[in-house]
Write a protein that binds this ligand. Structure first.
Ligand code: ASP
Length: 312
């Protein structure tokens, strides 16, 4: 059985990921191929090129990849100037004795590995940033330097209800029965510079273990970091829970966390038999999947797991 499960915005890359698997390629190559197309998509303002910037108008990317067979992992955080964060994360996994590079070190490594730099801030994304700043923090869009010492005051903008809430998640199962999980994002729009979210943190937004399954998250990354959500799901699977039980239990763990910015978290999970679930604290989230027999990907609603106070 070969199969790919992805967040809804993965629809532009799921065919390419499945093609890799059909040709006998690895789950790792499938995840990378699928995510790169999302990173390239100029209409997606939550991932890679055209992603929304931080408070200072700079695009900073987070990405991670984990091989369920070896449990090797690679990640980059607060990573600027290169569009394919997932490919650089893969290189970290394969070429370095490390799992995680951030900021300037990650850029240096990308350059050293021969990746091509590119301006990531598109006119549309810049326009959205400018509009937001003009309305809520005109000081930042006019003269950034004068306010460099107190931009923390503006982090309240991360509560912006219009803020797009996505990130791309891919999980692939290859013909050898191996799982790979990949996540890539431009993170919370208008975030504090240098903020790294769950997408780059192995165990938080990404985890894969061929013995039990793989899980990837989107949504309020600070919660997934605090509760080690992706790793929790896999651990619950290892303890004998079913896929829906493990996912629900991990989302319920988040309800316990006090957080003035509480936002929905969503996840996708697949086990080594190719069974999968997708669930969300929000009620309108979708996901996509496609296996080797299907001609087209299927888009479905996620199972809704509301917070107790939100249940009607
Ligand atoms: N999880 C991502 C982050 O916290 C953002 C998102 O999925 O909306 O950076």
């Amino acid at each position: 059985m070969i199969k790919v499960v992805a967040s809804a915005n993965g629809i532009v890359g799921i065919g390419a990921a499945l093609d890799v698997l059909k040709r006998g390629g690895s789950a790792i190559s499938a995840v990378e191929a699928g995510i790169k197309l999302v990173e390239d998509n100029p209409l997606d303002h939550t991932v890679g090129y055209a992603g929304l910037p931080n408070l200072l108008g700079e695009v900073e990317l987070d990405a991670s990849i984990m091989d369920g067979r070896t449990r090797a992992a690679g990640a980059v955080g607060a990573f600027k100037d290169y569009p394919y964060a997932i490919s650089v994360a893969r290189k970290v996994m394969e070429e370095l004795p490390h799992c995680f590079l951030v900021g300037e070190g990650a850029r240096r490594f990308a350059r050293e590995m021969g990746f091509e730099a590119k301006e990531l801030l598109t006119d549309v994304a810049e326009e959205k940033w400018k509009r937001m700043m003009d309305e809520h923090a005109p000081e930042l869009s006019r003269g950034r330097d004068a306010y460099m010492d107190r931009i923390r005051d503006f982090v309240r903008l991360t509560r912006d209800p219009e803020r797009p809430n996505e990130t791309v998640n891919f999980i692939a199962l290859d013909s050898r029965g191996s799982l790979c999980c990949g996540v890539s994002t431009s993170g919370w729009a208008w975030k504090y510079p240098g903020r790294v979210g769950d997408s780059a943190v192995i165990g938080a937004g990404n985890y894969a273990d061929d013995r039990w399954g793989a899980c990837a998250c989107t949504g309020r990354g600070e919660l997934a970091i605090r509760a080690a959500t992706a790793r929790s799901v896999v651990l619950y699977l290892s303890q004998g829970m079913s896929l829906p039980q493990a996912g629900e239990r991990a989302l319920e763990d988040l309800y316990q966390l006090e957080d003035a910015y509480f936002g929905p978290v969503s996840l996708i999970v697949m086990n080594p038999r190719g069974e999968h679930v997708a669930m969300s604290i929000a009620d309108d989230m979708e996901y996509v999947y496609q296996d080797g027999e299907m001609m087209e990907p299927k888009k479905l609603g996620r199972h809704h797991v509301p917070r107790p106070g939100d249940r009607s």
